[in-house]
Design a protein around this ligand. Structure first.
Ligand SMILES: [Zn+2]
Length: 419
């Protein structure tokens, strides 16, 4: 199957230039990029000067938490978590995550997100749902203590990460504050035995850090590093409050930070020090976090917040550039999620491509496309989302194997029993 995009502006992100030209997709990969490509294709799309760029990578989410979206907002954090989120999550049954994740996937497609890095229960169901929709998602497999858990995790890891798998997996755990010391030690044993990167929530709130200091007399990153958890790199989600020593550890151990600004604002957790992280040489990527704490799964809103919050925090409107935020939302996310073949638009890489509608009023005039996307854009500017060479969303319509009405119907059945 050959799909030829003609008359496009193309931001490959191999560099920061936007070129005018054509792009040919053959099966699931980018076959050619050039000023004029004349081949007989199965489908030719006139881009009319619209922008093709790599799809956004949502580097942290809990997709299936769609059932909690806007159900229990505006409460103190402890009440929200302990009285509304945890009791409802306890009712999750087999099949629920499969149905609920699909609502999030539809939203990702409309937001130009081609991959998300998901942490939640029932990873097999998330995998099945991702494959059915056609999303290149990454599962964070949550580790537990014990020999059986080790066997299951490694089996899942190997089964998932075959050559050309659409859905892959990495290993992690929820957080230091929800793990016993013996569990943390077990995780360190697995990381060092299998030489694998590790991912976890960390340093999201000040309370979490204070509690960790009380427990261990160390900050969370220092404690986990002392246990050897970061010996093979990985990533932390949030990283709102990090001291200099912790940032040095993250840099030296090649641990990235996934910033989730909308969630951090809504839960009043704080504002991450993006400039300090970047200056240290720590790779920053962007996540929406789950729909219970955000509540939208919209990379445009996150990019705007990463940029403007950083400028505000530094009291310096030159502290971060729009292009750097776009890289965080694409390439850096791909790097953290180990998606090296879908980070840029280059020949031989997977065709995970989005088209941005530059004819929309918020994209006009075209003084600077990159600045327009970060400062003026929104997800309604997404004209097309292609993943693995398949157009899944185009001109406000989904092109999926399953009827969207059916996805909502199945999710609603689940939501009513979780209320
Ligand atoms: Zn989270």
């Amino acid at each position: 199957m050959k799909i030829l995009f003609k008359n496009a502006r193309i931001l490959t992100l191999k560099n920061e230039k936007i070129i005018n030209g054509d792009l040919l997709v053959e099966n699931n990969k980018i076959a050619r990029i050039g000023s004029k490509i004349n081949v007989k294709a199965d489908k030719t799309i006139d881009c009319e000067g619209n922008l093709l760029m790599p799809g956004f990578k949502n580097a942290h989410s809990h997709s299936a938490m769609t059932f909690l979206r806007s159900a229990t907002d505006d409460l103190p954090l402890d009440d929200w978590l302990n009285k509304t989120v945890f009791p409802r999550e306890a009712k999750l049954r087999k099949g629920d995550v499969y149905a609920l994740s699909k609502i999030a996937f539809l939203e990702y497609l409309t937001s130009g997100i081609t991959s998300c890095f998901d942490m939640y229960y029932f990873p097999e169901e998330f995998k099945k749902a991702s494959e059915e929709i056609g999303m290149r998602n990454v599962i964070l497999y949550l580790l537990n203590e014990g020999e059986d858990s080790e066997k299951n995790a490694i089996k899942f890891y190997k089964d998932c990460n075959k050559k050309d798998s659409l859905v892959t997996t990495l290993l992690g755990f929820h957080a230091e504050y929800t793990s016993s010391l013996s569990k943390l030690k077990f995780i360190s044993y697995l990381v060092n035995k299998y030489k694998l990167p590790i991912y976890t929530h960390a340093n999201e709130t000040l309370k979490e850090i204070k509690d960790c200091m009380k427990r261990y007399e160390y900050n969370p990153i220092e404690k986990m590093d002392k246990l050897g958890i970061f010996n093979y790199g990985g990533g932390i989600y949030h990283g709102v409050h990090l001291c200099e020593a912790e940032m040095n550890i993250l840099k030296n151990k090649n641990v990235g930070v996934v910033t989730c600004p909308a969630s951090n604002l809504k839960l009043a957790s704080g504002i991450a020090s993006i400039k300090d992280l970047v200056n240290k040489g720590i790779k920053v990527s962007i996540g929406t976090d789950g729909p219970a704490s955000n509540n939208g799964l919209d990379m445009f809103r996150e990019m705007y917040l990463v940029s403007t919050l950083s400028k505000y925090k530094e009291n310096d409107c030159a502290s971060i550039k729009a292009i750097d935020v776009i890289k965080m939302a694409t390439k850096n996310g791909a790097d953290l999620m180990r998606l090296k073949n879908s980070d840029t638009l280059e020949v031989g890489k997977y065709a995970d491509i989005i088209m941005i509608d530059l004819a929309k009023p918020d994209m006009q005039p075209i003084n600077n496309i990159i600045n327009n996307i970060v400062y003026a854009g929104n997800k309604l500017d997404i004209k097309m989302t292609m993943i693995n060479g398949k157009i899944l969303y185009f001109n406000n319509k989904f092109y999926l194997k399953e009827d969207v009405k059916n996805i909502y119907k199945n999710a609603y059945k689940v939501i009513s029993h979780l209320r």
